[in-house]
Write a protein that binds this ligand. Structure first.
Ligand SMILES: *[C@@H]1O[C@H](CO)[C@@H](O)[C@H](O)[C@H]1NC(C)=O
Ligand SMILES: *[C@@H]1O[C@H](CO)[C@@H](O)[C@H](O)[C@H]1NC(C)=O
Length: 491
């Protein structure tokens, strides 16, 4: 069995060594790996890579015991190495496009003759090399050297998303052109590939869905340069303006929220900030706005724009929706009333979003089991247990987008009997108060009377006494008596 395999390998390798020429394409400046033909077993051989022909200068070699040597020639200057018998040439120079010969010698060696490997030149060019703005013209070309007397290889490009295009590409750049383009050269059904990278400046696409917020949740309005873009590249393209606008409703004129002052240090200047805050350090490419709580008037479109001197712009529009719970007839209810709770944004929700209610613990609805609830809840008769904090969460498959809250106050219902009791108690209390007041008044009056009486007595006594001393006339005496009597009567 082993013998059979060996002879097959021998046959294969001898076929390969009958002068069949292998071709490898490489670009100047890149690295080429020249491999022994597939299926070759060189384990027992002296391996040697030579330049131009069998008698040429030995570039690298290995003996059957694994000892490797590489040329010390100036021309190769450490650019050559041997790895698993493949010759690796780094930093290829224009003069390197030549023939390389692989030779295996030795008694037990199966590779009796040699293999010619031709290194051919692949020329790939991108114009312009600098980053592009969407709309700029981009051209790519790919050329492969043809071996004399052979037909030229087939060439095509693969764009960054893997789509096949022509050998020559000229397009108006779009963000989809950003990334690695691959030139594929097919020769004798063997593919050689060369990659080039194209940079198109752009922003991350705005999220497909609106950004949802609520009065109890944070708000983020995203706008970021694509990860591969630096602020220096933006500046090199002559950036003129960067700003944020807010359009509360279609048809209304936009309000300017922020603009970026482009002189160093690059900072945001607020026009009408609406309590929003830009993410610090805009030079890092994150131009998003945030606030830790949403507001009812946050609803609308937010437009982030980068305008360049040549007229090109990059922009992204983010729609913001505010989730709210609306309670009908209100938030203060009496038990037994009908209650309607609606959770939403004022627009129908996209079909891939759903709401989840979290009622207060004692609520009759706390046993809502499934994870998807209707946006509209009707409670035919609320109980006091339904009072408290209701939360409505907005979910997209397994991610919670935001949640809104409402606090309901529910008073117990007052019955007729309770009303009668309350009224009676109130009436009794009022009556008692009146009684107490009357008694108090009477008491006060009596005291006053007694005091006055006392004063009058003293007065009369004093006058009588004065009369005795002064031996006054009879008429005086009777006048005094009258006075005293009047005093008693008045008081
Ligand atoms: C930009 O900043 C916001 C807020 O901090 C963050 O949520 C977002 O992920 C950032 N974007 C990028 C692309 O880093
Ligand atoms: C609650 O909604 C129903 C229909 O959905 C309506 O008939 C009823 O009048 C509403 N009740 C209140 C208190 O809004």
């Amino acid at each position: 069995m082993r013998n059979v395999i060996q002879s097959v390998v021998l046959l294969l390798t001898t076929l390969m060594s009958t002068g069949a020429v292998e071709v490898i394409y490489a670009q100047v400046g890149e690295t080429a790996t020249l491999k022994p033909p597939v299926g070759t077993n060189l384990q027992e051989c002296y391996v040697s890579w030579r330049l131009d022909n069998k008698e040429g200068h030995e570039l690298a070699g290995r003996n059957p015991f694994g000892k490797k040597t590489t040329t010390t020639s100036e021309a190769w200057n450490g650019r050559l190495s041997l790895s698993k018998d493949s010759l690796i040439i780094k930093d290829i120079r224009p003069e390197d496009f030549r023939t390389f010969v692989l030779e295996g010698t030795g008694d037990k060696c199966l590779l009796a003759a040699y293999v010619d490997i031709k290194l051919l030149k692949l020329t790939v060019s991108v114009n312009p090399l600098s980053p592009l703005l969407p709309g700029d013209e981009l051209s790519l070309s790919c050329d492969a050297q043809t071996l004399q007397g052979k037909k030229s290889p087939k060439i095509h490009w693969l764009n960054p998303s893997g789509g096949k295009t022509e050998k020559l590409v000229t397009v108006r750049a779009t963000i989809q052109d950003n990334g690695h383009w691959t030139c594929v050269v097919t020769n004798d059904s063997k593919e050689n590939k060369a990659k080039v990278s194209v940079t198109v400046l752009g922003l991350y696409p705005a999220p497909l869905h609106p950004q949802y917020t609520s009065r109890s949740g944070p708000l983020t309005i995203p706008c970021s340069l694509l990860a591969h873009i630096s602020w220096e590249q933006i500046k090199a393209k002559d950036i003129q303006e960067v700003h944020w606008h807010f359009v509360p409703e279609a048809g209304l004129s936009p309000q300017r929220l922020f603009s970026l002052s482009l002189e160093d240090p690059v900072t945001w200047k607020a026009d009408q900030d609406r309590g929003l805050q830009p993410v610090p350090n805009p030079k890092k490419g994150n131009l998003s706005l945030t606030r830790n709580r949403g507001r009812e008037d946050d609803k609308g479109d937010y437009v982030c724009t980068l305008a360049f001197k040549n007229g090109a712009t990059l922009n992204s529009t983010v729609r913001v929706e505010v989730l709210q719970i609306i309670s009908s007839p209100g938030t203060e209810l009496i038990s037994g009333q009908q209650l309607n709770l609606t959770c939403g944004t004022g627009h129908p929700l996209p079909s891939d979003l759903h709401v989840k209610w979290v009622p207060p613990k004692q609520s009759s609805l706390s046993s809502l089991t499934s994870d998807r609830h209707p946006a509209h809840l009707t409670i035919p008769e609320v109980g006091t247990g339904d009072g408290g904090k209701w939360r409505c969460e907005l979910w997209q498959s397994n991610a919670q987008l935001t949640s809104a809250e409402i606090t309901l106050k529910i008073e117990p219902k007052i019955s007729v009997w309770m009303l009668v009791v309350i009224c009676s108690v109130t009436a009794i209390v009022i009556l008692l108060l009146i009684l107490v007041f009357i008694l108090y008044r009477r008491r006060k009056k009596m005291t006053l009377l007694r005091r006055r009486l006392c004063q009058c007595k003293t007065y009369v006594t004093t006058i009588s006494w004065t009369h005795e001393i002064t031996q006054d006339t009879h008429s005086q005496s009777s006048a005094l008596k009258l006075l005293a009597t009047r005093c008693f009567v008045e008081k």
